[in-house]
Design a protein around this ligand. Structure first.
Ligand SMILES: [Zn+2]
Ligand SMILES: [Zn+2]
Length: 474
């Protein structure tokens, strides 16, 4: 198993694989392994907790229990299968296959992986050469040099997450200036600033920029509470790797800074409640759908002297997205809370290359003799990336967007890969179904809008009666 990086959409099912009997090695960089040392057991723990909650509900309705996909113990067992690989050095993975890892500039430890497969038994025959992009970072990213990899492949498998998006290019100074503007406004008159954070990379990027701004005297030197046990542990991994991370080599300790207050225990976390103002509180999760941020939101959302600053993409259906979209009130822990705090969103931190940067990355890998597969993106993003590559002179016939369950012959003599006949889990034209949670969140949002815009309370009472009737008839 060749692992590109630690993000849970790439590594989250490794414990399921091990639980199902996989006995091979998982090859990964040291950074990836170190991050997963906390992320996989955390993910196992969350699943155990969620399943326990679900089973209690099921028991009440006399329904049979379900099992977690994997447990914390399965995740810990998975960590033993890791083999650490260095960047830019070939490793033999057996059966005539060797691999080499390249910096992908996406998150700590992330890699694009070059793979060579021996054809036949004659060692004089040139091997089949492939490159898996993994997730590719943007240029000018904090901590990492721009993505790198060699040239000349038979096949490239390239991500297309933001294939259809173009972002304004910002220098590190411009980025920090924008952040300083937001923080300065948020902290005026001793107000409070909440930042919902993702534990990996975004937390460390924000802390680094905030400390730099504080030291330069560009924002008030208020305490910064880091209220997330996972984010604290992940920050320690960044400190361990500081010498290899651009902005951290001169600032090896983030948690040791006197302005940073890591709050690991529940008591420490609760003590933050006594802070009246003049502070920054960073807490997980980044989209506010779980974690300690919900406690802080409950305390501060209805207060006008608070600002909530989002620094990452908010998926539709999450509490974070509802807030960014401007809802007037939300429900947290079963309690209705009026939103009176200022809600702001910053789109200057990204772990992903945009469309133009992906095109550049592919162009730098040319020539590609056989085909390029575009993966890991919504179909629209992949199509737009394909169009952009064609516009830059690549042959559209050789750019393929595979579907779920597709199998292709790569070793054949044909110049283009041959797709096999396969049994599919979903018909090819099946519309992608939205999760019902998203539908419900959208529906509640719409209902609230209708009620707020209703003429008066009499009209609202009538609406309630009509909705009740619809529910009773169901
Ligand atoms: Zn990723
Ligand atoms: Zn990804």
């Amino acid at each position: 198993m060749l692992q590109t990086h630690a993000h849970i959409d790439h590594a989250g099912l490794l414990p399921k694989l091990v639980k199902a009997g996989f006995e091979g090695r998982i090859h990964a960089t040291e950074g990836t392994r170190d991050l997963l040392t906390f992320m996989l057991p955390d993910s196992g723990y969350i699943q155990e907790m969620e399943v326990e909650k679900l089973n209690r509900r099921k028991a009440r309705h006399g329904k049979s229990k379900v099992e977690p996909i994997y447990t914390q113990a399965d995740a810990e067992r998975t960590l033993e299968a890791f083999n650490i690989v260095a960047y830019e050095r070939w490793i033999d993975v057996g059966h005539g296959v060797r691999a080499r890892y390249w910096n992908a500039g996406h998150i700590l430890g992330s890699a694009s992986i070059e793979v060579e497969i021996q054809r036949g038994t004659d060692p004089a025959t040139s091997p089949l050469r492939l490159l898996f992009s993994g997730d590719i970072g943007p240029d000018n990213k904090l901590f990492h040099p721009d993505p790198d990899a060699p040239k000349g492949f038979d096949y490239i498998i390239c991500e297309s997450t933001y294939g259809g998006r173009l972002r304004a290019r910002k220098t590190p100074d411009e980025r920090r200036k924008e952040l300083a503007g937001e923080i300065g406004k948020a902290l005026e008159n001793d107000r409070i600033l909440l930042i919902p954070v993702f534990a990996v990379e975004r937390t460390q990027e924000l802390i680094t920029d905030i400390l730099t701004l504080q030291e330069a005297g560009e924002i008030p030197t208020v305490p910064i509470f880091l209220d997330s046990p996972l984010a604290i542990r992940v920050t320690r991994v960044f400190e361990k790797h500081a010498r290899n991370l651009e902005e951290l080599s001169e600032r090896p300790s983030l948690l040791g800074n006197p302005n940073i207050r890591p709050t690991e225990s529940v008591e420490q976390s609760k003590a933050i409640n006594r802070v009246g103002g003049g502070a920054i509180i960073m807490a997980a999760s980044g989209m506010c759908d779980a974690g300690r941020i919900r406690h802080h939101l409950k305390k501060w959302l209805w207060q006008r002297n608070a600002t909530v600053l989002f620094a990452g993409y908010q998926v539709p259906g999450t509490l974070g997205r509802l807030l960014v979209d401007g809802v007037k009130s939300v429900k947290i822990h079963g309690q209705e809370i009026k939103v009176q705090a200022t809600i702001r969103a910053l789109d200057i931190y990204s772990g992903h290359a945009d469309g133009a940067e992906l095109v550049e990355w592919v162009q730098e890998r040319e020539p590609v003799s056989r085909a390029i597969f575009l993966v890991h993106g919504e179909e629209e993003s992949a199509m737009l990336l394909k169009a952009a590559l064609v516009e830059h002179g690549l042959d559209g016939e050789r750019i393929l967007i595979p579907a779920l369950d597709d199998e292709v012959e790569l070793l054949g003599e044909k110049q283009l890969p041959v797709f096999r006949d396969v049994e599919r889990r979903l018909p090819l034209d099946a519309p992608i179904k939205q999760d019902w949670h998203n539908d419900l969140a959208q529906f509640s949002f719409d209902v609230r809008e209708v009620f707020e815009q209703a003429a008066d309370d009499k009209a609202r009472a009538k609406l309630i009666r009509r909705l009740r009737r619809a529910l009773d008839n169901d």
